[in-house]
Design a protein around this ligand. Structure first.
Ligand code: NCD
Length: 335
């Protein structure tokens, strides 16, 4: 970790709502900074006070293990106060709207709100109503920017670069915000993306995303450097896309036989949670030589530290506006 103070003002964004719209410089800045935190995270008792006095609120309207915990750890490693709002115990259960909840939390002056929501666009909407920084921790099928950043950091550390790599993203692309953020990031950074999925699990606009589309694993995996598997998101499916899980695994599940088509040193990735035996065989997922799945989780903390740091140090708190009549009254009282 360098002792140089970090000049966060070079990151021009107030919020991190998606990868789309970021520049290669923005992305490299976050990845470089995250890379510096990996060592700190491996050291016993490694903790900084960069964000001491700052408050990070985790607001998760959808289930999460990795993302929520790693944001919490990231904030704590940087010395911030971290508050976790669980939807099951909050007023959202009592019918409070997304915006009312956001306004309530905003009134407590957090520095960063980390939000996950089931609807695409909900996090952006919320960011327009609050005066703190907002990080999208996954909104519907739209974006999951910190996942794409941690995937990129994992790849960059293993392969040394992102540009020119052939990356295959396989499985339920239709419902995946992870796929969408990764497609943006990999395209921006000069990698080449292939999507492999059965037709019903591909978004209609797939061909327009600057990717190559394959309906067959063997053809799609041929000579690729990275194999990124995605979970079948049953909870977002209105109808049965596949007769049986066995059949899905037969055609689209990653096993050693299908992996033969990829480069011999191809890296296996999965954002988690995994459905073993559905989109990926257990022995492939646990192959310590080839699978980077655990490393992805580790990189998640470092990437979220970089994002929290960059956005909170950029923050200039706006004074809450006091209505004129209240202002007059206050001034009158003082007199
Ligand atoms: C993903 C998500 O929630 O979008 N998980 C994660 O954040 N690691 C992918 C998924 O749920 O399958």
């Amino acid at each position: 970790m360098s002792d140089m103070p970090f000049d966060s003002s070079v990151f021009p964004q107030r919020h991190l709502l998606g990868i789309e719209g970021l520049s290669p410089v923005d992305i490299s800045l976050l990845l470089d900074r995250a890379d510096e935190y990996v060592g700190l995270n491996r050291s016993v008792g490694g903790k900084l006070d960069t964000l001491s006095g700052r408050t990070v609120m985790n607001l998760f309207f959808e289930a999460s293990t990795r993302t929520r915990t790693s944001f919490e750890l990231a904030g704590k490693r940087l010395g911030a106060d971290v508050i976790n709002m669980s939807v099951s115990t909050s007023s959202i259960k009592k019918g409070e709207t997304l915006i009312d909840t956001a306004m309530t939390l905003n009134a407590m002056h957090p520095d960063v709100l980390v939000v996950r929501h089931a609807s695409s666009g909900a996090v952006k909407l919320l960011s327009e109503k609050v005066n703190c920084a907002v990080i999208n921790a996954g909104d519907g099928r739209h974006e999951h920017p910190t996942q794409a950043l941690l995937d990129a950091l994992t790849i960059r550390r293993r392969k040394g670069h992102l540009d020119g790599l052939q990356v295959a993203i396989c499985g339920d692309i239709l419902h995946s915000r992870v796929a969408r953020s990764n497609i943006h990031l990999l395209n921006i950074m000069g990698a080449r993306v292939r999507l492999i999925a059965p037709k019903p699990l591909l978004p209609a606009e797939a061909e327009r995303l600057g990717v190559e589309v394959f309906y067959d694993m063997e053809a799609g995996l041929r000579d690729c450097d990275i194999v990124m598997m995605l979970r079948l998101q049953m909870e977002r499916m209105e109808s049965n896309f596949f007769p049986t899980m066995r059949e899905y695994f037969h055609f689209f599940g990653l096993d050693y036989a299908k992996l033969q088509a990829a480069k011999p040193d191809a890296l296996i990735m999965h954002p988690g949670p995994m459905n073993r035996g559905v989109e990926i065989a257990s022995d492939v997922a646990d192959d310590i030589g080839r699978s980077a799945i655990r490393e992805q989780v580790e990189m998640g903390v470092a990437v979220r530290m970089a994002c929290l740091e960059v956005l909170s140090l950029n923050l200039v708190h706006e004074e809450p506006s006091v209505p004129e009549e209240v202002q007059d009254e206050l001034e009158g009282d003082e007199a």
